[in-house]
Write a protein of this length. Structure first.
Length: 99
């Protein structure tokens, strides 16, 4: 588990070598884009609530993802979730979803 919440992080980066990581907490930061997660193929829990995200993207390599928390962002559309066959929990509360 890696907890990086409430650190004013603006960009997801420097996660190389963490391929066995199962839980990543990045809530309450200033992240604007979901990116650089390709090496985290064992990730089961991803928390990105309370950031500045406007799009769900770049999750294709996270085939073991079971829980995804994206509440309190600016996401208008739920999309790009086709590859998330193991997903059990998806939190999109307090976004701008219109469709």
């Amino acid at each position: 588990m890696l907890e990086l919440g409430d650190n004013r992080i603006r960009e997801i980066k420097n996660l190389e070598g963490l391929g066995t990581l199962k839980e990543l907490y990045l809530g309450k930061n200033k992240i604007t884009k979901i990116q650089n997660l390709d090496d985290l193929s064992h990730l089961e829990i991803l928390i990105l609530q309370s950031n500045r995200l406007t799009k769900i993207e770049n999750l294709d390599q996270l085939s073991n993802l079971e829980q995804l928390y994206l509440s309190e962002n600016g996401i208008p559309v739920m999309e790009n979730m086709e590859s998330q066959v193991k997903l059990q929990t998806l939190d999109l509360a307090m976004n701008r979803i219109t469709t």
